[in-house]
Design a protein around this ligand. Structure first.
Ligand SMILES: Nc1nc2c(c(=O)[nH]1)N[C@H]1C(S)=C(S)[C@@H](COP(=O)(O)OP(=O)(O)OC[C@H]3O[C@@H](n4cnc5c(=O)[nH]c(N)nc54)[C@H](O)[C@@H]3O)O[C@H]1N2
Ligand SMILES: Nc1nc2c(c(=O)[nH]1)N[C@H]1C(S)=C(S)[C@@H](COP(=O)(O)OP(=O)(O)OC[C@H]3O[C@@H](n4cnc5c(=O)[nH]c(N)nc54)[C@H](O)[C@@H]3O)O[C@H]1N2
Ligand code: SF4
Ligand SMILES: [Mo]
Length: 700
């Protein structure tokens, strides 16, 4: 039996806080009346707006589905256990497995929804308390291509190197593979200026609610954005829009990039992408003719086996037009998860130490080991990337045990049937979660943790601004914070008292020291400054430093201060359609559900609106497969099949179908997806694989 949560008791009447879900981190006020309610507040990112997920976020605080006691698998079943018993069991099993198979036999998987403090402590826990190199996180599935391309071009990765409100002054904005009308609705207000001036360009194979608002919608075949970006660059240069003096003074490498782009004239690119040459030229003109312009990317263009090169192609376009590092213009990527930015800076990534440092950099190891009070040579080296880690679980050379904090990989990882099989092959799985996610349902031990409104912590939003999320409510009896869980485990694994503090502000103080001098330097950020309402954008390299709302105005982060063009060429999807699998499937999100849906499927108002997986398909394509509106389709790829409700959508491309990935079990879109990995970022190809459609047997 899983106990239900008792009503939380607010510690104050109203508290200013931020939404528990996406990276916009909308400002909201949480108040106690008859129940717990939220209302939007005037915060620059959302300026008084919230989406339906934000409005309904309190529902999960008191949901009967909330976990309030540790669960331990006994005779095949998860049963309630005391914290002492559960933590003792976890520690003793991990010690046994480590003794038998070595430290890399224990793996850790984190999440971009975790606070900075949690991500930091989880990375330290893996390297110091477990001594394992095998840690990575779900941000690998999210921001990794954008981050890799950003580092390559600019020397540092901060999703938006400028405040969101700067977008209001733009005459033109190109959004590549982003659907903020559903994924960050309040963000749309920042695009109003560009829309009113006729300069909003949306690149998406589907006519999404975002594309509906665009002045120009380009609908390339999935996986062909790289060619499209080269076509637009070609048009811009050929039509005389190149900002030569900017390229000469602030960049390197244009010639090599142009040698490739020169072969991608718009008519040629039209054949690859299906986007009319005239529309490519129009996009180039709109961007080049604007006084202030931005190019922004999101997952549609990034989640490909060529995602890093594709983002590089968009950056090359932005550089040719002189946008990055120019006040009022720029390039950026829209980070997705609540702490998708901070979560990629403080050490839960396989190759990373806090402050966005590289784990194989000797100076970084010395510095961080010093803060941690251990020897630098005791720290492991880089581990495997997320999918590569999941892929070897329980194999002869892979880990035997896994700890998951803040991810539901059974639903969200690519080729999910295989990933589920790998998890099942492990000797021991532990999860920490608020609810019994599909991944937790497979675990040997499930540890119930507090959520946003019940704990203190900092989040770094999509602009690189550090936010304090304060405790507003007492948690239900029986749950602990992630930090307390890590502290309790570390002690049982033999770590000295105090090395793993459970208090968020104490952890943050240590994070500041560990990040000092690194690319993401938080040393000058303090809870006191955040409590006082300061808007602190990293780097903040000292208590007297005002923070850095705009990066790159004086120079890029590479030695010499120049941004780099990267020569990239188009190769296309890893799995092109063929006779057996003639269609492209792409996947993504709907407004009402968040990620694997572990949380939002439990909120009635959201789940009642979108209760099941569907497939969007052009009426002609549906007709050919004999599929009626509202009937059931079997969507099959080389890796699996999904039964989905048919939505005939007249604006779809005839060669593309779309499925949301928020649903569990046999409804997982990830049963279809292709785990082909980007060679640089190790991002899987979530956004395109080859499928065929047929009528589900027995369909109505
Ligand atoms: N409602 C809701 N909001 C969310 C989330 C959620 O799960 N639900 N998750 C948050 C997170 S973690 C993230 S990362 C963001 C994601 O935010 P977005 O990137 O906006 O969301 P997606 O739906 O994954 O993808 C955006 C679009 O990419 C398009 N697309 C597919 N293939 C291609 C392609 O080859 N090229 C191009 N140009 N476009 C393509 C899809 O049709 C889709 O409309 O959303 C955040 N906000
Ligand atoms: N096909 C397809 N697959 C995709 C994508 C796609 O576009 N298409 N997008 C990818 C992207 S961009 C992302 S970001 C991933 C996300 O996919 P997941 O990593 O699965 O993300 P969530 O569903 O948010 O899972 C978070 C889990 O942690 C729990 N949780 C929430 N907060 C906390 C906390 O503070 N502590 C702990 N311990 N647990 C917490 C939640 O209840 C939930 O079970 O999915 C990826 N998968
Ligand atoms: S846009 Fe994102 S942060 Fe804002 S209310 Fe919706 S889910 Fe929450
Ligand atoms: Mo994401």
């Amino acid at each position: 039996m899983i106990r239900t949560a008792e009503s939380p008791r607010p510690t104050r009447r109203t508290v200013d806080t931020h939404c528990p879900y996406c990276a916009l981190q909308c400002g909201m006020t949480l108040s106690r009346g008859a129940g717990t309610e939220v209302a939007p507040r005037d915060f620059p990112a959302n300026a008084g707006g919230l989406c339906q997920k934000g409005w309904t976020a309190p529902a999960l605080l008191t949901s009967p589905a909330r976990l309030t006691t540790p669960l331990v698998r006994v005779a095949g079943e998860l049963r309630p256990a005391s914290w002492e018993a559960a933590l003792d069991l976890v520690a003793s099993r991990l010690l046994e497995i480590r003794a038998e198979h070595g430290p890399d036999a224990v793996a850790v998987f984190g999440g971009g929804g975790l606070t900075n403090e949690k991500s930091y402590l989880l990375g330290k826990f893996a390297r110091v308390a477990l001594g394992t190199s095998q840690i990575d996180y779900n941000g690998r599935f999210c921001m990794s291509s954008a981050a890799a391309a950003g580092v390559r071009a600019f020397g540092v990765d901060r999703g938006l190197p400028f405040p969101l409100t700067d977008l209001a002054g733009a005459d033109a904005v190109l959004l590549a593979g982003a659907n903020p009308a559903e994924t960050m609705p309040p963000f749309l207000q920042h695009l109003r200026g560009a829309g009113a001036k006729g300069g909003l360009i949306v690149v998406d194979p589907r006519r999404t609610p975002t594309a509906e608002q665009a002045n120009l919608h380009l609908a390339p075949a999935p996986g062909t954005d790289l060619a499209l970006a080269l076509g637009i660059l070609h048009a811009a240069v050929a039509d005389g829009h190149m900002r030569q003096s900017y390229a000469d003074e602030r960049t390197t490498g244009f010639e090599a990039a142009w040698r490739i782009a020169a072969a991608y004239w718009p008519e040629q690119v039209e054949r690859i992408t299906g986007v009319a040459a005239a529309d490519q030229r129009r996009a180039a003109e709109l961007l080049a003719g604007a006084r202030n312009a931005y190019v922004l990317t999101a997952r549609g263009t990034e989640q490909h086996a060529t995602g890093t090169d594709t983002v590089s192609a968009w950056i090359n376009l932005a550089l040719a037009l002189g946008l990055p590092g120019t006040r009022g213009s720029g390039f950026g990527c829209l980070t997705g998860q609540g702490n998708g930015q901070g979560g990629r800076e403080h050490g839960q990534k396989a190759d990373q130490l806090p402050g966005y440092r590289k784990i194989d950099d000797p100076a970084a190891r010395e510095h961080v080991a010093g803060v941690w009070g251990v020897r630098a040579d005791s720290l492991p080296g880089p581990g495997r990337s997320a999918y590569e880690l999941l892929d070897v679980l329980g194999t002869e050379h892979g880990p035997r045990a896994l700890l998951v904090f803040g991810s539901n990989v059974v639903v969200s990882a690519p080729r999910s049937a295989h990933v589920t099989e790998r998890l099942s092959a492990l000797d021991f799985v532990v999860t920490a979660d608020l609810v019994l996610s599909e991944t937790s349902a497979l675990a040997d031990v499930v540890l119930p943790v507090t959520q946003w409104a019940e704990e203190d912590g900092t989040m770094t939003n999509l602009e690189g601004r550090v936010l304090l999320r304060r405790k507003a409510l007492d948690p239900p009896v029986g749950v602990r914070t992630d930090l307390a869980v890590l502290a309790g485990l570390a002690r049982r694994l033999g770590q000295p008292e105090g090395r793993f503090p459970a208090d968020a502000e104490t952890v943050f103080t240590e994070l500041r020291a560990a990040s000092a001098g690194g690319p993401a330097d938080y040393s000058g950020v303090s809870y006191d400054r955040l409590r006082a309402g300061e808007a602190l954008y990293w780097p903040v390299p000292g208590e007297a430093h005002p923070g850095t709302p705009r990066l790159f105005l004086d120079g890029f982060a590479h030695p010499g201060g120049r941004a780099r063009f990267v020569p990239v060429r188009h190769t296309g999807p890893a799995e092109p359609p063929d006779e057996r699998y003639p269609l492209h499937a792409t996947t993504g999100r709907v407004l009402q559900h968040y990620q694997s849906g572990a949380q939002t499927r439990l909120v009635d108002e959201l789940n009642d609106t979108v209760p099941e997986v569907f497939v969007e398909v052009h009426p002609d394509t549906a007709e050919r497969a004999g599929l009626a509106e509202g009937g059931l389709a079997l969507v099959s790829s080389r890796r699996g099949a999904v039964t989905a409700r048919v939505r005939r959508v007249g604006s779809m491309r005839r060669d593309v179908v779309f499925l949301p990935f928020h649903f569990p079990g046999e409804a997982r879109a990830n049963l279809l997806t292709n785990p082909a990995l980007d060679p640089v970022s190790r991002m899987p190809e979530f956004k395109v694989c080859a499928v065929r459609l047929s009528k589900e047997d027995g369909a109505e």
